[in-house]
Design a protein. Structure first.
Length: 361
């Protein structure tokens, strides 16, 4: 009896199971997986210019260390440290008493020799003296004149003047000090325009054309960018480093750049058309780079690419993509080849909370 009831129960369960299976929605059993929401963009050529980075050292357009040509006591100092001076402005005067006295003696000798020459010239014209006597006196007069020029030059050497307009460094002399030719008076730099010398690899030499735009920054002035241009490249390439020295010129009206300053230099290459994608779209696996390209049916595939210059969150694609390709920008971490993607819908503002109806009780 018990076994008969168990057999009937099993048959009834099988009938109920078949009925439920027959009532299941066939579309639910064969439905495709949902598309993965991502952000995409279409690749198009854009204007692009990459940069060459280097470290440069600032130099004054004109720079000199001021010294004296002779050894003498400093009589007067006509400048202060850090002063802006003009070309020819007196800076230091050395004692010239002995030289001025010698100049007076030389000028008297010249005047006497010239007077004697003129007298003999009149006599020679009357053939009263020999021409050889006149020639000898002319020689004496010329020697006296040379002596005068020598003494004047010696006096000028005791007046140190600025050879060009610029800014003086720290004063190193004082009145009464013995100044020798090896002693430094001060430095003088023309910093109205600055040179910045930097080295680049020889492979980039073709971009070092005069007039090419250069930008530079320095830790001394955070947030300040200086604009200049390439003036010239060195005629020789360093055989050891295979680098060439390039000189750029920068206007410096505010006198912010100083000689010896270290600058981070960016040299901009000529603008060209290039395929540029957001840098986050490029997936890096070891040395290989690829992007996810979206096909017509919405499925993604890996497209191997060769990346050029990266700058400001953008990456130049040299190989692997063509204009018009649609690639995934955001959401690459959850993708694999063959999955279906859909453009993510931007989240709208959250709806205001519904007002709660007051309790009628």
């Amino acid at each position: 009896m018990v076994s008969r009831f168990l057999s009937r129960g099993l048959v009834l369960a099988g009938v109920l199971g078949s009925t439920m299976a027959c009532g299941r929605d066939p579309a639910a059993a064969t439905s495709a997986p949902a598309a993965i929401p991502v952000t995409t963009t279409t690749v198009q050529p854009v204007a692009w210019n990459d940069t060459i980075q280097a470290l440069g050292t600032a130099q004054a357009r004109e720079s000199v260390t001021l010294t004296a040509k002779v050894s003498e006591i400093v009589d007067q100092v006509h400048f202060e440290s850090g002063q802006q001076v003009e070309a020819g402005q007196p800076l230091v005067t050395l004692r010239v008493d002995a030289q001025e006295a010698a100049l007076g003696e030389a000028e008297s000798t010249l005047a006497e020799a010239d007077q004697q020459y003129r007298r003999l010239q009149g006599l020679a014209d009357q053939q009263l003296v020999a021409r050889s006597t006149l020639d000898a006196q002319r020689a004496l007069r010329d020697v006296a004149a040379a002596r005068v020029r020598q003494m004047k030059s010696d006096i000028r050497d005791r007046h140190v003047r600025a050879p060009f307009a610029g800014v003086l460094g720290i004063r190193q002399v004082s009145p009464g000090a013995l100044l020798t030719p090896n002693a430094v008076i001060a430095t003088l730099d023309d910093i109205s325009r600055m040179y910045v010398d930097f080295q680049v690899p020889e492979a980039t030499l073709s971009a070092m054309v005069p007039g090419a735009r250069v930008s530079a920054t320095t830790a001394a002035w955070p947030g300040k960018r200086f604009e200049g241009e390439v003036q010239t490249a060195d005629a020789r390439i360093d055989a050891g480093t295979r680098a060439v020295t390039v000189r750029a010129v920068f206007d410096n009206p505010e006198r912010l750049l100083r000689p010896g300053m270290l600058l981070d230099v960016s040299l901009f290459r000529p603008e060209r058309q290039a395929l540029v994608v957001p840098e986050i779209a490029v997936v890096q696996v070891g040395r290989d780079s690829f992007v996810y390209r979206v096909a017509q049916d919405g499925k993604v595939e890996q497209a191997a690419v060769r990346v050029g210059v990266r700058r400001d969150g953008k990456a130049e694609i040299l190989e692997g993509l063509t204009a018009g390709d649609r690639i995934v920008v955001d959401g690459t971490g959850k993708l694999r080849p063959g999955v279906v993607v859909a453009e993510a819908v931007p989240a709208g503002p959250e709806p205001a909370a519904a007002a709660t109806a007051p309790d009628g009780n």
